[in-house]
Design a protein around this ligand. Sequence first.
Ligand code: GTP
Length: 295
Amino acid sequence: MAETSHKAGFVSIVGKPNVGKSTLMNALVGEKLSIITSKAQTTRHRIMGILNGDDFQVVYSDTPGIIKPQYALHESMMSFVRTSLEDADVILFVTDIYEKHDEDDVIKRLQHAEVPILLLINKIDQTTEEELHEKVAYWEEKMQPTEILPISALHGFGLEHLFARLLHYLPAHPPYFPKDELTDKPERFFVSEMIREKIFLNYKKEIPYSCEVVVEEFKEEEDIIRIRAEISVERRSQKGIVIGNKGEALKRVGTQARIDMEAFFQKKIFLDLYVRVNENWRTDQKLLRRFGYSE
Ligand SMILES: Nc1nc2c(ncn2[C@@H]2O[C@H](COP(=O)(O)OP(=O)(O)OP(=O)(O)O)[C@@H](O)[C@H]2O)c(=O)[nH]1
């Protein structure tokens, strides 16, 4: 294979919260790298998912949903989106059939992009043809993207065509990463994300947004991985809720996360979970840095 016939590039997946960005990246990469829940703002980091072929390498970036920042954590989440847009060779702007037409803030960010923008209308499994036509017409007028593609990330509709169009726009370039690499994130990152996903699934209201997970210990032995992770909450009252009556709630989170980890690492997992109060960590720059919210 001649080096020049190889295509490689960075593809940024951006859009509002909950439109299906993580579902799309996982479907395109063929691995569950990004956690998915029905709650908005599940993704807090930029997560790269790399898809390798003989003559291509697509480096996808899943990013946090675009919001107006309300505290330091949000500022940091939005800085991940900004750098991801700056690096992009192709932008996948994901919207869905439910998104309200108030996206001017997002559109302003994309207006200066000098790379192709593929606008994806997701969740078409839940709409009618007529509604879809309306959405397409709306976006054509509002944003004039390079292409508009209707998809269903969850059901895999339209993804083959999307991939073909992506490859078309990808520049000729040698691979950026070794061909056996799947992501830029270390194992510990995925461990903390699996725990965070279970927190999102098991608690209500502000609790998921007030929790952060740090893996304090990750010890791989021959037949077992021993993991110790700490869940930070913002207030004492939240600690009680996360632990639950006789520790039952925390135990449930641990059990569910362990099952996912055993599937991911193909190894037995011993998981030890602690809860600690780190007051106002979402606004504390030092703690945010410790939790990995800086580039
Ligand atoms: N019906 C339907 N639901 C979908 C589709 N794609 C994603 N979803 C659902 O939409 C919800 C949000 O999906 P995510 O992939 O977490 O969305 P996101 O844009 O990454 O969300 P943030 O982390 O908030 O930015 C989940 O409940 C998904 O199962 C789709 O094609 N059809």
